[in-house]
Design a protein around this ligand. Structure first.
Ligand code: CA
Length: 229
């Protein structure tokens, strides 16, 4: 559920905004003071901020500036004075939208939804998903170099990971020990093809439920290994 932080010292307004946003399915938190609002905005993860301009302790200008220095999360600034809105725009604080009080709660909800979906599209397009391989409970994040078996993370050494990732990226093909040694250790003078056998054994100990009956990396006797999907 998307989470919104309202920083607003007029309690009646904050509660009204909260009611409408909650009816639209958002989770809403309220902070009535600039200092506590700023602290939460920076230390917790919210999906959108609704920020009043005139606040006790720290004003909306400063809060907006500090959030923007750290996060791209949408910020909607509200103020009782039309002049203030013009001033905020002029300052280029990086707020995404501005509203003058009083505004209709449904207008606020509409703008919140618009900014949230725009931001989600932005985040999704700028951060491509990690390259993942998932086979029968084994999950390999090629990009982050992490491995899980039934949601439990397993810690592989660099070479173990390289070997597993290579085999899993080229499934259902048989590779000889020589092939694998060349592929993974090519640039290094140390080791020989028995290194491959040792690494396969260690990988199996980490990812297989029963190393005597491996379900991921199969041994093809006299030929080599194959990752089965
Ligand atoms: Ca105020």
């Amino acid at each position: 559920m998307s989470k919104i932080l309202i920083i607003e010292d007029e309690e009646a307004i904050a509660e009204l905004e909260k009611d409408y946003l909650e009816l639209s399915g958002f989770e809403v938190e309220i902070e009535g003071s600039g200092d506590t609002g700023l602290a939460r905005a920076l230390s917790e993860n919210f999906d959108l901020y609704i920020l009043d301009l005139m606040l006790p302790k720290v004003d909306g200008y400063e809060i907006c500036r500090q959030i923007r220095a750290e996060k791209n999360t949408p910020i909607i600034m509200v103020s009782a004075k039309k002049d203030d809105i013009d001033k905020i725009r002029g300052l280029g604080l990086g707020a995404d939208d501005y509203m003058t009080k009083p505004f209709s709660p449904s207008e606020l909800v509409a703008r919140v939804k618009a900014h949230m979906s725009r931001y989600e599209r932005l985040v999704n397009s700028s951060a491509p998903a990690n390259d993942m391989i998932e086979v029968r409970g084994l999950k390999i994040d090629i990009t982050a170099r992490r491995v899980w078996v039934n949601d439990e993370e397993k810690f592989l050494t660099t070479k173990e990971f390289d070997l597993l990732a290579f085999l899993a990226s080229n499934p259902n093909k048989v590779y000889s020990k020589q092939d694998l040694f060349r592929e993974i250790w090519a640039q290094e003078s140390v080791g020989d093809i028995t290194t491959v056998t040792v690494h396969i054994k260690k990988i199996r100990e980490k990812i297989e439920l029963n190393t005597a009956k491996p379900q991921y990396i199969e041994t093809i006797w006299g030929v080599g290994y194959r990752f089965k999907i």
